[in-house]
Design a protein around this ligand. Structure first.
Ligand code: A3P
Length: 318
């Protein structure tokens, strides 16, 4: 699934010839498009998304780098928006993986069709994406739709990505993956949605520019105080909780429904599969600072130096 179609007359093949390419540590093929590395197989869907996706003012776009908390954010956004449609104890999240209820633009909606009909999806539509801010379709930036971005300390991001790719690869690859080599690629920005600093800064600057348009969240902050963030997300997307709901504990119920402990123990998330990934691989540990169990202080020092130089003056800190 790393290859795009092999028709030599295809415009995409021609474009591909002009782009920088790279084999990442798990053997996956990456291509640098608009300054960001993406899986080669996603190039066509990303271009279709850019070309055809028409955002509505009521849309909610969840943007992330892989392993930043996408699954959690999907569950939270879905539960908040649909709280008046499904009782919390009847939530579709109890029987479906969060990725099955919130489609990703490039992985799902545009994966097999160049210009799918997305008009029939009831508003507010929720989509996720790993596309960088500059590469988003113009209509997302120009409409009144809302963007929620979640990012994560890059050391935990790398650690999570490394385990995820290992978990979903065949034994053959797993044996060959060396953490040092993978880490070196990560630090050079050669990873899915990398360089991580550019991906984060794109959304960070967009948030500074218009905080009503882009909500910028950090995984660590959600771990620290989920109740506050459930409320904040609901207010941002203009679905605030009423006093009555607050009194009834709806915020706490949603937080509990979407918690790592709850979701990771559901049958669907223990045993199910999306088409290429095991559902369980989206729920590993869900902790802050697990990198300490896998990376050395020298590795941390290298990432910290990168952050110091790349984020300098931006106001973004970890
Ligand atoms: P770890 O590998 O550190 O455990 P993504 O959803 O972007 O793919 O990110 C996956 C990471 O988020 C994994 O991190 C996973 O365990 C964690 N995660 C998934 N669901 C979560 C939840 N409900 N609460 C907190 N963390 C969660």
């Amino acid at each position: 699934f790393d290859q795009v179609d092999q028709d030599p007359k295809d415009e995409l093949q021609e474009l591909l010839q002009t782009l920088e390419q790279h084999t990442t540590w798990d053997g996956g093929q990456l291509v640098k498009y608009d300054g960001i590395w993406c899986a080669t197989r996603l190039l066509r869907p990303i271009i279709s998304t850019q070309k055809y996706f028409k955002a509505k003012d009521t849309d909610i776009i969840l943007s992330t780098m892989p392993k930043s908390g996408t699954t959690w954010l999907k569950a939270l956004a879905f539960a908040i928006i649909n709280r008046n449609i499904h009782e919390i104890d009847q939530s579709p999240l109890l029987n479906s993986n969060p990725h099955a209820v919130v489609p990703a633009l490039e992985f799902d909606a545009y994966r097999d069709q160049e210009n799918p009909d997305l008009e029939h999806i009831p508003s507010p539509r929720i989509f996720s994406t790993h596309i960088s801010y500059n590469t988003l379709p113009d209509s997302i930036r120009e409409s009144e739709c809302k963007i929620i971005y979640i990012c994560r300390n890059p050391l935990d991001l790398f650690n999570s990505l490394w385990h995820f790719l290992l978990d979903n690869k065949s034994e053959k690859y797993a044996e060959r993956i060396l953490i040092d080599k993978a880490f070196d690629m990560f630090c050079k920005g050669n990873h899915h949605s990398g360089p991580f600093w550019d991906h984060m800064l794109g959304y960070w600057n967009a948030h500074l520019n218009d905080s009503q348009k882009v909500l910028f969240l950090k995984y660590e902050d959600l771990k620290e105080d989920i109740t506050f963030h459930v409320k904040r997300i609901a207010e941002f997307i203009e679905f605030p909780f009423s006093l009555e709901e607050e009194k009834q504990g709806v915020i706490e119920k949603i937080s509990r429904l979407c918690s790592f402990e709850n979701l990771s123990n559901l049958e669907i998330n223990k045993t199910g599969n999306s088409d290429i990934f095991k559902n369980s691989s989206f729920f590993r540990k869900g902790e802050v600072g697990d990198w300490k169990n896998h990376l050395t202080p020298e590795m941390a020092e290298r990432v910290n130096k990168i952050l110091e130089s790349k984020l300098e003056g931006s106001g973004l800190m970890f």
